[in-house]
Design a protein around this ligand. Structure first.
Ligand SMILES: C[S@@+](CC[C@H](N)C(=O)[O-])C[C@H]1O[C@@H](n2cnc3c(N)ncnc32)[C@H](O)[C@@H]1O
Length: 286
């Protein structure tokens, strides 16, 4: 199958990046969006997930609600990480690395200080798809944007260094909607490598699957859907876990951030909602 930009259609884990773009396009078209992502519509449409088309039929009300919850979490996490990146550049960080960048268009839609270098790491296929949509849209980045096609299970630090990343200077790392797709040992190895490339003053923004989410979604996840590929969720104490990896981290719940952003959740809190999956971390001086 080919799509509007003549590429093979999205498949496997990177198709999820197009689904994320669809949600961002819907938010952008809303009345009081928490962010504006003007390229999201083009990514979604080219990937066959036109935001204007009828949503896929859901098996039942419960699964429809779960899907709405995922869409809501994508909107809140996007705003959370936009703010984190703004704080990082305000603190003087000029290197940004998006791990599993997918259709993230922050290079094009955010204001970056002069000298900012933004690296997009993902596998070759989504990055080629993205490049063709960007060409079609004549999109112009607002910083130096460097694409690094590599599998995060391979020697990505080597590829990143070859692309010009300077590990002697601070970096802000983003892993948004990524870790939930990786087995535990891959998450550990990824974060060990991130740590090894992070001088003091570096920062990190992560989104973690909340505890129990993999099981909750497993039963009605359609084959090939995002949820069918989820495997990893956060440890019991994410702050302690990240401290062990050399980070001073804070976690935030979706509910709490949503409230701050003026989008309070209407559902009452459950007795124990567990730690939040939105992580902001700083690499301290030792
Ligand atoms: C749900 S998407 C999120 C994309 C982006 N971070 C965002 O929030 O818009 C997950 C992304 O992780 C990428 N990914 C998953 N496993 C990967 C791997 N082993 N190496 C490189 N990228 C990977 C996929 O290709 C996909 O683009």
């Amino acid at each position: 199958m080919t799509d509007a930009v003549g590429q093979a259609g999205p498949s496997g884990v990177w198709a999820t990046a197009v689904g994320v773009a669809r949600v961002r396009a819907m938010e952008t078209a809303g009345e009081r969006p928490l962010f504006r992502d003007p390229l999201a519509q083009a990514f979604a449409t080219a990937g066959g997930r036109d935001p204007g088309a009828a949503p896929p039929a859901r098996a039942d009300e419960a699964s429809r609600r779960r899907w709405l919850g995922v869409a809501f979490s994508i909107v809140i996490r996007t705003k959370f990480l936009d703010d984190l990146l703004e704080r990082a550049v305000a603190s003087g960080v000029r290197q940004v690395v998006l791990l599993g960048a997918g259709m993230d268009s922050r290079a094009f839609r955010m204001d970056w200080p002069a000298g900012t270098r933004l690296f997009e790491v993902d596998t070759a296929e989504p990055l080629e798809f993205k490049a063709s949509v960007l060409r079609q849209e004549r999109a112009v980045p607002r910083c130096e944007r460097i694409v690094v096609p590599v599998d995060l299970r391979d020697d990505w630090p080597g590829a990143l260094a070859a692309a010009g990343h300077d590990a002697a200077r601070p970096t802000v790392w983003i892993a948004e909607g990524l870790l939930i797709y990786l087995p535990e040992d891959a998450v550990r190895s990824l974060l060990d490598r991130v740590g090894a490339l992070s001088v003091p003053g570096s920062r990190m923004g992560l989104t973690l699957g909340s505890r129990g989410v993999v099981e909750r979604f497993r039963d009605d996840a359609a084959a090939g859907s995002a949820a069918s590929m989820w495997v990893w969720e956060m440890p019991e104490d994410p702050v302690a876990w990240l401290a062990g990896l050399g980070w001073e981290a804070e976690t935030f719940t979706l509910r709490e951030r949503a409230e701050v952003y003026g989008r309070p959740l209407s559902t009452p809190p459950q007795r124990d909602e567990g730690p939040g999956g939105l992580v902001s971390a700083v690499r301290p001086a030792h």
